[in-house]
Every structure is written in structure tokens, then in C-alpha cells.
Design a protein around this ligand. Structure first.
Ligand SMILES: Cc1ncc(COP(=O)(O)O)c(C=O)c1O
Length: 409
């Protein structure tokens, strides 16, 4: 008999206000808006607030989180040959965005239990070619962006945050996205702030934002005075990268934003209950949070200690599924070990890969890179969806029991 009888509320939450907002666009709105989503951008800038350096936030809603990542890097003038220090333990889009702009990802190791980038692993990797640090707030958990900003400021680098899994998570009371010179968030429909597809960039430097607009804001969607100035400088053209957002997705995101803090708070309370129940289960560790962090639990990532359970990862995963707790292997291979990042061995096995030439030109060989924390965690990771957006202590007790039974058999 599976231990789980309770199911989470539907996700995305499908509130009537949110559905109505999309219907309004379909009925009366413009299905494409060349100016993008200015009302949503104003709401996002207000919700996120200024950066930790006191500068105002400029939000730009685009087609995806990946587009937002590319926008913040291109806007700040990053490109071929530049090195960006990032984490090997993330959804690959963080890294493919770096590769897509011609830059070189340099991998700093992570804490093995949390999977979050370690600031002390970043500093030794800085070279004359390093332009930026790209950190990731994985699973909804803030990484130590405060320490990373201190490193960036001291070493004259830019800090970028990938907050795609952590809208609203806080570190020392400040929402993630405020620590960096710029930040990127995904709003695809599985995220904490869910649209259809979409994402947004947060800039603090208006010049960087405008440089990014040249790649992805329709020339007719720019403010008339800026369009005129850019046109006079010969910069206004149709060399666009396809970042224009979907108007229906933007309406969904705008209508969902006012509910996000309450949903995140319920996720946090549920996770705290679950964490208490799991405290005496030696076979698993729930990804820990940093001191001062308020994570918002986009995903529930467990480390399965096979040395203690005597089970393989797959056996544990199957037993958990049999208890009714569907799960997946979110990062089965750390990014620096992916076949497509290895031009040396890949040549015969697949089609031409965009970034191989730049990696070879830069003399990068990820086979020689070692990130023991990421390599330790990947084969032990078991991840569950966690869309418990309403308090449900009974469901958490059941989930903990399911995990305990999967460990003990
Ligand atoms: C950490 C991270 N970065 C980037 C992305 C890319 O976002 P999108 O799928 O909207 O392009 C995602 C999600 O898909 C993500 O989880």
C-alpha cells in the first residue's frame, strides 16, 4: 500500500484571476505587442526592488529564461573569449547560454549536500580573462550571492544571478536577483512564477539594458526618443535574436505575481515540517539551506546515501515511486562531464556542436576539470516536484513516511 494518499493542489495554481487575465488578452488584447510587456516589467521591478548597490531595477520580460540569461550577458558586453565562472550543478541552460554568446564556462565546485556553488571555490579560478560570475539559486535555495558579490566587487568582475528556480527566495532578508549586477529568471509553466513560456532579466545598468534591447526588443517597441537616438547612430535594425515574449504568458505571470509570496511561504512551512520528520532518517539528506536563507522549494532535492541504505540510486528511486512519490534524476551528470562539452571525444558521435570550436580555440578540456562536490552529489541525487502551495502538514508526514519506507524497505 503506498503511504501517500494526499496530492498537492493543481499547479500552476490556475486561480480565476489568472485565467481571466489570459482570456482578456485573447478576447480584447493584442496577441503580439512589439513593446513587449511594460506593465508586467513595472510590477516585476517593484516586486524585486532595487539592487544591493542601491541602484534601481530595470526589468525586461522576454521569451524565456535562456533568452534572459543571454540578454544580461550580451547587454554587459560579454562575448567570445570571455570566461564566466559558474556551477557545474545546474539545469544546462545556465551553461548553454554562456556558450551561445561565445564565452567560456569555467566550473567552480558546489557544496555536496546543497548542490550550491561555493564562493571559496570561485576565487582561485579567476584569471585575466574572467569577466563574470554566474551563480544559480538551485531548487529554490539561495546560494551565497552576498559572498559572491563581495568577490566580484573586490576583483572587478560582474555578478550575474540565475534565479530561474528561486523567484522570491531570500538571503538575509533580500530577494535573490538583487545581489547581482543583473539577474535572469525563467517563467516557463513549471516554475514558481509560471507563465506559458517566458522569462525576465533584471538590469541595474540602463546602458547594459539598452545594449541588450538591441538584440531582442523590436525596434518599433522602443521608447520613441531612444529609438530616434539609436536610429541616428545606425544601431536600430532587425538583427534580432527572437526574444519577443508571448502576450498571453505575460498576462498569466502578471496576474500570478501578487500570490507568489504567499505560495512560497506555504512551500517553506511545508518543507520545514518535512525536514523535521526526516531528521532521524539516516538514508537521505534534504538539501540544506545556508544560514540566513529562506528558500522557496521549487524542487525537493534529496541526497540518497547508498552507503547507508544498501540500495542503488535506482532501487531507492523505484521504491519511492512505488510509495506514490514520483521522482526523477534531475542532474544525472554534472555539466562539466556532459559528452557535448567534450569536443575531443564527441566528434564521431553526433552532429556539429556550436561551441566546440570556441572551446578548442580557448584550449579548454573539461576532461581535466574536477569538481568533487558535484561528482559526489550527482549519482546520489533523487529529486521530487514540490508544488505544495498550501499548508498540508499531514501530507508532509505521509511524504516523510514514504521516504523512510523507501530507505528501510
Ligand atoms: C536554473 C535554470 N536556468 C535556466 C533555465 C532556462 O529557462 P527557460 O527554460 O525558460 O529557457 C531553467 C529552466 O528551464 C533553469 O532551471
Amino acid at each position: 500500500m503506498p503511504a501517500l494518499t494526499r496530492t498537492p493542489p493543481p499547479y500552476p495554481s490556475r486561480r480565476p484571476e489568472v485565467i481571466e487575465a489570459a482570456i482578456r488578452v485573447l478576447r480584447e488584447g493584442d496577441w503580439t505587442r512589439l513593446e513587449g510587456a511594460p506593465e508586467l516589467e513595472a510590477d516585476l521591478a517593484a516586486w524585486h526592488g532595487p539592487g544591493v548597490d542601491g541602484r534601481e531595477t530595470i526589468a525586461w520580460y522576454v521569451a524565456s529564461g535562456t533568452a534572459a540569461l543571454e540578454a544580461i550577458m550580451l547587454g554587459h558586453g560579454l562575448g567570445p573569449g570571455d570566461e564566466v565562472i559558474t556551477t557545474p550543478y545546474t539545469w544546462g541552460a545556465t551553461v548553454s547560454a554562456i556558450l551561445a554568446i561565445g564565452a567560456i564556462p569555467v566550473f567552480a565546485d558546489v557544496d555536496p549536500l546543497s548542490g550550491l556553488i561555493r564562493p571559496d571555490a570561485v576565487e582561485p579560478l579567476i584569471t585575466a580573462k574572467t569577466r563574470a560570475i554566474m551563480c544559480v539559486h538551485l531548487f529554490g535555495h539561495p546560494c551565497d550571492a552576498q559572498a559572491l558579490r563581495a568577490i566580484a566587487d573586490r576583483r572587478g568582475l560582474l555578478l550575474f544571478e540565475d534565479g530561474s528556480q528561486a523567484h522570491g527566495a531570500r538571503l538575509h532578508g533580500t530577494r535573490v536577483g538583487a545581489f547581482g549586477h543583473a539577474a535572469a529568471f525563467s517563467c516557463m509553466g513549471l516554475k514558481l512564477l509560471a507563465g506559458t513560456e517566458g522569462g525576465y532579466a533584471l538590469f541595474r545598468d540602463p546602458v547594459a539594458a539598452e545594449h541588450a534591447y538591441l538584440y531582442g526588443r523590436h525596434p518599433r517597441g522602443l521608447a520613441p526618443d531612444r529609438a530616434q537616438a539609436l536610429g541616428a547612430a545606425g544601431l536600430l535594425d532587425s538583427l534580432q535574436l527572437g526574444w519577443r515574449p508571448c502576450a498571453i504568458g505575460a498576462a498569466l505571470v502578471r496576474a500570478a505575481l501578487p500570490f507568489l509570496d504567499a505560495e512560497n511561504a506555504a512551500r517553506q512551512r511545508n518543507a520545514a515540517v518535512l525536514r523535521r520528520h526526516l531528521a532521524d532518517v539516516p538514508g537521505v539528506t534534504l538539501a540544506p539551506e545556508l544560514p540566513g536563507a529562506e528558500g522557496c522549494y521549487h524542487l525537493l532535492s534529496l541526497v540518497h546515501h547508498y552507503e547507508k541504505t544498501g540500495l542503488t540510486r535506482d532501487q531507492f528511486s523505484q521504491r519511492l515511486a512505488a510509495e506514490g512519490a514520483g521522482n526523477f534524476h534531475y542532474i544525472p551528470v554534472p555539466i562539466h562531464r556532459l559528452t557535448r562539452l567534450n569536443p575531443h571525444d564527441y566528434a564521431q558521435t553526433g552532429p556539429r556542436v556550436l561551441w566546440h570550436e570556441q572551446l578548442v580555440r580557448a584550449g579548454v578540456d573539461y576532461r581535466t576539470v574536477s569538481c568533487p562536490g558535484a561528482e559526489w552529489r550527482a549519482p546520489r541525487e533523487v529529486t521530487l516536484g514540490f508544488n505544495w502551495t498550501q499548508d498540508d502538514p499531514e501530507a508532509m508526514a505521509q511524504l516523510a513516511e514514504a521516504i523512510r519506507r523507501a530507505c528501510d524497505g
